[in-house]
Design a protein around this ligand. Structure first.
Ligand code: ADP
Ligand code: MG
Length: 275
């Protein structure tokens, strides 16, 4: 198990960090009250990882993703993405470097599937329409949709298809880093499984670094190369599923070993080497 602050990994042996968060403080002021969401939070995510972030509701997981996207500026500390402060990614720059699948990231209801996917390219204002069309078509098929879906309206799509289109839009500028906020929330179990398989194959084929927030244990175990647990305003532990589950903390006990613990325990015994 690796508490982030006590990590002693030799730099030469690991890939360059894609995301590096140092001593992050996030503070919100609402109706005269100050709420400290993150306090001295550290997290490092290396190239090629599929890092999952888990934590209680309101623990600041979404805020953390928004920090990585440069949509929120830290009150204190540093959020460095691909070697630059996240706040300097810039609006267009952000889409080419970081793709984000928002939890409630609805598609534009008045645009077709293809127009939704091509939207970030259209926003640039510099590319010819034909090229945008062709790129969007490639991305449509990359997420497993048939070209015949291109001219459908979002209201005609299933939940799983909406997620696929939103994913194609997040990846339209080929960003090396993909952020996913509860990617399987609201999907039925079969659609969630399918979406997991798609995420896993894109992660491998495109060599993406992925940071995912999820509270779904199936998604978590299926996809994560590492898990970071946010509690008490910081990352209390990060490591493999087994390492994290062995860390003594009430949130971890409830999350992994509560009513859903059967599955977690089964996974542990399946992966425990026989002596
Ligand atoms: N822009 C904002 N202004 C004020 N409070 C915010 C803002 N964004 C998030 N918060 C608060 O920060 C806390 C963490 O939010 P969030 O990251 O959405 O939690 P979660 O871990 O469930 O994703 C919540 O209490 C939320 O109300
Ligand atoms: Mg959230």
């Amino acid at each position: 198990m690796t508490p982030e602050t006590a990590s002693t990994i030799t730099p030469a042996k690991v890939a360059a960090p894609v995301v590096q968060i140092d001593k992050l403080w996030s503070i919100f002021h609402t109706t005269g009250r100050e709420a400290v969401i993150h306090q001295d939070l550290d997290l490092t995510i290396s190239q090629g990882e599929m890092m999952s972030i888990v934590g209680g509701s309101g623990s600041g997981k979404t805020v953390l993703l928004r920090q990585m996207l440069g949509l929120e500026t830290p009150a204190r500390g540093q959020v460095t993405v691909l070697g630059e402060p996240a706040s300097q990614l810039g609006r267009e720059g952000a889409a080419s470097r970081v793709g984000m699948l928002f939890q409630h990231g609805a598609l534009f209801s008045a645009f077709t599937v293809l127009e939704n996917i091509g939207f970030p390219l259209r926003e640039l204002g510099t590319l010819p329409r034909d090229l945008i069309h062709d790129v969007a078509m490639v991305k449509l098929q990359m997420v497993g949709l048939d070209p015949s879906q291109a001219h459908k309206m979002p209201s005609d799509l299933s939940g799983g298809m909406v997620k696929r289109v939103a994913l194609a839009r997040a990846l339209v500028m080929d960003p090396p880093l993909l952020l996913l906020d509860e990617p399987t929330a609201g999907l039925d179990p079969d659609s969630a499984d399918e979406f997991c398989r798609l995420l896993r194959s894109l992660h491998q084929e495109l060599g993406l670094t992925v940071v995912m927030v999820t509270h779904d244990l199936d998604t978590l175990f299926e996809l994560s190369t590492r898990i970071a647990v946010v509690a008490e305003k910081k990352v209390i532990v990060s490591g493999t599923a087994r390492e994290v589950m062995a860390y003594p903390h009430p949130f971890i006990r409830d999350f992994f070993l509560g009513e859903r613990g059967q599955r977690a325990t089964a996974l542990l015994s399946e992966t425990t080497p026989k002596v």
